[in-house]
Ligand binder design. Structure first.
Ligand SMILES: NC(=O)c1ccc[n+]([C@@H]2O[C@H](COP(=O)([O-])OP(=O)(O)OC[C@H]3O[C@@H](n4cnc5c(N)ncnc54)[C@H](O)[C@@H]3O)[C@@H](O)[C@H]2O)c1
Length: 295
């Protein structure tokens, strides 16, 4: 797709998922990496990534990437990618507070024609039923008339230096066909493994939930909020769409989120010890006060 270079990107939330994404986009597009954690921004400006997902050389090589904790630096952006945490509470219900806070931040700077893409792991329906109303409320703009949305689940496994963002096939989606094409083209321009364009945002959301739960004793809500009372397993035809085309990661690789959830204690899993061993170098992360079980 031509004309992609006119897009100015903001990545909201620079954790394990957001930073590698910002670094990859920053090689090609004007990109602002935004985080509310001022200490994180200070360290990144100094070339230090405490998550060890990126090296200082990689940060330096991302020529068009700038870091900021200031909302005013988001005003010039026209594509916003939200990669904030989605913790779960003690009853394993999703806590959408960070997602709503990030949607408020974006809503306050949103302009006509802008696109907001969510990458945080959510239940099917969450983007359009929870995030979009927040964007509308804070922007006073109308969804699919003034601004548009996309959803592209992250599938990375922190600590895996072989299968990285660009080498894992990425599922993309958009709130209308033209936007879905654009979102797909944008990711295709940085993901060397290629992309799979899902038929709707809900399909892309569901694909991620199923991928996280596959092979694990994960507590899935029987009737996830946002599916109109439909049990998750009845979303089967939707799920097929993405699963039939997504690439499977090799055995031993733990596609995005599963290891992460175990790290945060959110999932009862027979492979807990194995995952713990593989992610032992993330010890620093486990002491993070923000670390909670994630959806
Ligand atoms: N880490 C994984 O293994 C993995 C893999 C795939 C998907 N995911 C999903 O991706 C999402 C992000 O996960 P993560 O591991 O990168 O989280 P993380 O905790 O490592 O990082 C999140 C970052 O977002 C920032 N943040 C929080 N609220 C913010 C706000 N309102 N505005 C701006 N920044 C804000 C935090 O300061 C933090 O730096 C989650 O939904 C997670 O489930 C994680």
């Amino acid at each position: 797709m031509r004309g992609l270079s006119k897009y100015k990107i903001a990545v909201i939330g620079l954790g394990y998922v957001g930073l590698p994404l910002a670094v990859e986009f920053g090689k090609k597009y004007s990109t602002v990496g935004f985080d509310i954690n001022a200490a994180r921004i200070k360290a990144l400006k100094a070339g230090r990534d405490v998550t060890l997902e990126t090296t200082s050389a990689e940060l330096k090589a991302s020529h068009k990437l700038r870091f900021s904790a200031q909302t005013k630096d988001l005003k010039s952006r026209n594509i916003f990618i939200v990669t904030v945490p989605t913790p779960i509470d003690q009853y394993k219900r999703p806590d959408l507070t960070p997602l709503l806070n990030a949607s408020e931040t974006v809503g306050r700077v949103l302009k006509k024609g802008d696109i907001v893409i969510y990458e945080s792991t959510v239940y099917p329906g969450c983007t359009e039923e929870i995030c979009v109303p927040a964007l509308e409320r804070y922007s006073s703009l109308r969804f699919n008339k003034d601004f548009y949305c996309g959803y592209s689940p992250e599938r990375i496994n922190p600590g895996d230096k072989q299968h990285r963002l660009a080498t894992i096939k990425k599922v993309t989606s958009g709130s209308m066909p033209r936007i879905a094409d654009l979102v797909n083209a944008l990711y295709a321009s940085i993901i060397t493994a290629g992309t799979h364009q899902a038929s709707s945002i809900k399909v892309a959301e569901a694909a991620k939930v199923i991928e996280n739960s596959r092979g694990h004793e994960m507590e899935l809500p029987a009737f996830p909020p946002g599916t109109g009372g439909r049990p998750l397993h009845r979303c089967g035809s939707l799920l097929f769409d993405a699963q039939g085309h997504g690439n499977r990661l090799p055995p031993g690789n733990d596609p995005g989120g599963a290891a992460h959830q175990r790290r945060h204690g959110g999932v009862r899993c027979s492979r807990d010890r194995q995952a713990h061993d593989r992610t032992a170098h993330h010890g620093r992360r486990r002491q993070d006060p923000h670390s909670r079980a994630c959806f």
